[in-house]
Design a protein around this ligand. Sequence first.
Ligand SMILES: Cc1cc2nc3c(=O)[nH]c(=O)nc-3n(C[C@H](O)[C@H](O)[C@H](O)COP(=O)(O)O)c2cc1C
Length: 379
Amino acid sequence: MNAVHASVDDLRQAARDYLPRLVFDFVDGGAEREITLRANTADFEPLRFAPRVLTDASQIDTGTTLLGEQIALPLLIAPMGLCGLVRPQGELALARAAQAAGIPLVLSTTASHALETVMEAAPGNLWFQLYLFRDREFTRSLLQRARGAGYRALVVTVDLARGGKREKDIHNGFTVPPRFSRRTAADLLRHPGWLWRMLPHRHQTLGNLVGWGGQDSNVVALSTFMNTQIDPSISWADIEWLRSEWDLPLLVKGILRPDDARQAVAAGADGVIVSNHGGRQLDGAPSTISVLGSVVDAVGGAGEVILDSGVRRGADILKALALGARACMIGKAALYGLAAGGEAGVARVLAILRQELDVAMALTGTHRADAVQRDTLQD
Ligand SMILES: Cc1cc2nc3c(=O)[nH]c(=O)nc-3n(C[C@H](O)[C@H](O)[C@H](O)COP(=O)(O)O)c2cc1C
């Protein structure tokens, strides 16, 4: 970690240097030909600002409200499984950095650390992400644990009726935890910093799932069991069921169409997260920025709209806000920071995005992140 890291792209390079290739590819890769992965970032580029000058840019407020809570930036850290593979402190570091920056972290069902431990490490504005399991009693118990621990919102991820086909993981022989084979050993040994930090923590787990189905904390057994439990029959009736089980804000993550957005709100969701899972699920799905406007129109103020997938720049955030998103989420960008420098690396990513957002707002004459106008962008 040093001052050379001027952008999220720089931190991506640092993550690539630090992580064994099989872990970097697990974080960075997408499904199949990675068409959607590339489109997520590329489709921000043709959007151009319509800069407004001489507006007195001495006071720029990047803060906003989301689900009635004040946050310092229109940004959240997205739910990501197994962050302990990147650095042992994983989600604990993400949560602490998010808390220090005044933004929420959404904790994954498949986090390395248990939801109670994360809340203890960084008590504050944490949300919980849920995968719906065939075992509804266990699903319900997760909701009760999250509610009891003080999680403030529920994010239900709905784009995982099947796991996406990530060919880099197949080529790399990626397993959890990474196993020494002739194929992987050279890769791991070429990254001694990662290996040194990981060795004392090689017994990784899925903290929220320990004990489920008679499993102990063994991560391989837990992930195998969990994969058999993700419920492919999930449908709108389940969103209504979850709505009846959860009395705080509920958002549906994985929406890419206006009619689905409308239906989510009709089923009782307080908002939708426009997401293609960072290009990790359906290759050929549209980039999220390209469908955002149509989803915003469909929701029509009846709920919050958050844009996820492809955000790497403060300017990307401003573009999404101009098209009607209330906030954005970052996934990979946060993990690049985590790899590059632990909690300080995540803090660096958030500081870079904050500074870039401030510059973009000032130079477009946008004073408040909670009131960005459509005409901040050219037609
Ligand atoms: C390593 C990794 C693990 C992920 N695990 C989950 C998960 O457990 N639950 C979930 O809803 N999304 C998961 N996602 C998707 C993110 O929540 C988010 O949608 C995506 O990373 C956003 O795209 P971006 O990485 O381009 O910012 C994961 C993403 C990555 C990179």
